[in-house]
Structure formats: C-alpha cells, structure tokens
Design a protein around this ligand. Structure first.
Ligand SMILES: [Zn+2]
Length: 298
C-alpha cells in the first residue's frame, strides 16, 4: 500500500479531520538519516504530523515548518512540508540510544526533553506566521494538540504513531488530527472526546489493518463523515547542486578561502535528505566569485 493522507469533515462541517499512512516516508527518513529506533519514532511522528498539516495550507507555494527544540539527546528536529504532499525532515542527533519506557515502548518523551515547539507557516505574505508553545510531554502528538488548542484556538486531538520492528525497520507509521470548530455543538464535542478517550493507539489501529479512511471512520463514522480529498504523500527534498552551492556561498569569505587554499574538493551534505554534493576547487572559486560580484552590485 502506498502512503497517502485523507482530509475530511463531519458533523455538518463543524469537525475537520485528517489521517495519514506514512510508513514508507518514515522508512525513507530512517534510511537517509540512519536513525536509531527512538529517533525513528520521534522524527517519524513529526513527519506524519507534517504530512497532514501540509493539507491545511491552500496556496501552491505555501510551506510549513515544524521545529522541535528540546533539551533531550535528540536535540533539534526540523520537518518542512509543502501543500502537495512533499515531506522532508531531519534530527540533529540521529544516534540516540536510551532505555525503553516499558517493554516494547520507546521513550520518545525523554529523547525529546523539554523546550519549545515552533510552527512556521510561509503563506507567501511579507512575513511568515510563527507560532510557538512549550513542549508538554515531548511525545509530539500531545505537543501539537496543545499548539492547536492554545496557539490557533482550535481544540484538537492528535494521534501519531510509529511502530519500529525488532530489526529497527519501520513496521507502521501514521496518525490523525481531529479538530473541533467554534460552531460545533456541545453534543458533537462530547462525542469526539469520548471516542478519543476510548481510542486504541494509532499503531494498534494500523496493526489491525486500518486505513486512514477507517481510522476516521472509527472517530466520526456516526457523525456524517465526508472524505473530501485523498493525496499521496512522500519523503521528498528539493535540494540540488545549485541550491547547496548557494548555501555554501553564505559562509564567510575567509572560511571559503581556507577551503580553496587547502586545494581539495569538498563534500557538502543537505541537512534535510543527507544527499551529498561534491565541489572541486574551480567550482568553489566560481562560488566565491559569484558572491563578490553580487556584493559589489549597488
Ligand atoms: Zn536535500
């Protein structure tokens, strides 16, 4: 089965909902960044949330970045998505090995630690929108639910899950977001709350073979659920030799000159996807040359 997400409404459009299957994209992130299991789970949850939140944006060129800045051993995690199902992300420290929370349960909260969750939306305006909340548990789902409720005033339930197999591969990854709009009735709110309270975890639902549609069916099946859209999602980075060279041109002239004086070609890696690009001395000189002529322009 391919990865995809669905966007839906229920209860006469007073509830909006998203669900995703993100197993392949989380598996690709794990391979690219060689993440240890607890990092696979933490980054995988953030990637899964990003995959759904991308569908909340309308514009063709809109971009959304989720950033976790915790004091736990993972350090920072960054996920960026567009409105077409392209998701990319990376952890600061991929090789974190900490004790399990309980048998079979990775301790994502401790690996993330305390700190801040940033949500940056670039919707083509002058300034990107930036929402920031304190990390609540570090389990990612709780933290995003808190963000939606406090920062966007939209009470939300967020379930995210990544099941890592004993051989460290990704068995399942996915999630849901259910949001109650301001005009929802008391009855609707109560019904959603009850369902969320009694719900199995995302990984249990996926282990039972539930699709994203069936996950939403569980929560909202009695409330006139309407699936509006189904979109493929994937791990995709838009970096290129040119974009990485542009980033290289932003380091100080002295550092760049030092590299050139060393006389060896250099390898630069894209943070987001770990692709590596090599530049020889002539190319590096072009990069410095391009920068000098640019800075001389009035
Ligand atoms: Zn890249």
């Amino acid at each position: 089965m391919k990865d995809y997400m669905v966007r839906a409404t229920a209860a006469n459009e007073t509830v909006r909902a998203f669900a995703v299957r993100s197993t392949e994209l989380v598996a690709e992130a794990r391979e690219r960044h060689r993440t240890f299991p607890v990092v696979t789970a933490a980054l995988g949850r953030l990637l899964s949330a990003g995959a759904m939140m991308g569908a909340m944006m309308k514009g063709d060129k809109d971009k959304l970045t989720l950033q976790i800045n915790g004091d736990g051993p993972i350090g920072q995690m960054t996920v960026t998505v567009d409105s077409h199902g392209n998701v990319k992300g990376f952890p600061q420290n991929p090789d974190v090995d900490i004790p399990l929370k309980r048998p079979g349960k990775l301790d994502v909260g401790s690996a993330v630690g305390k700190g801040l969750l940033n949500v940056i939306m670039d919707l083509g305006m002058d300034k990107p929108y930036n929402g920031q909340v304190e990390i609540q548990t570090g389990e990612i789902g709780d933290d995003l639910a808190y963000y939606f409720t406090v920062s966007e005033q939209t009470p939300s339930a967020v379930g995210l899950g990544v099941m890592v197999d004993t051989d460290s591969s990704v068995r399942h990854a996915g999630g849901y977001i259910i949001q109650v709009m301001p005009d929802a009735s008391e009855e609707t709110i109560k019904e959603v709350e009850d369902k969320v309270f009694l719900a199995d975890s995302v990984t249990v639902m996926m282990e039972d073979g539930k699709t994203p549609e069936q996950i939403l069916e569980y929560f909202l099946g009695d409330m006139d659920l309407k699936i509006l859209e189904k979109t493929d999602v994937r791990f995709h980075c838009d970096c290129s030799r040119e974009s990485v060279a542009r980033a290289l041109a932003t380091i100080s002239k002295k550092d760049l000159d030092d590299i050139i004086n060393d006389g060896k070609e250099i390898e630069v890696k894209c943070h987001f996807c770990n692709s590596s690009y090599k530049y020889n001395i002539d190319e590096l000189k072009d990069i410095t040359g391009a920068r000098c002529s640019r800075s001389r322009r009035p």
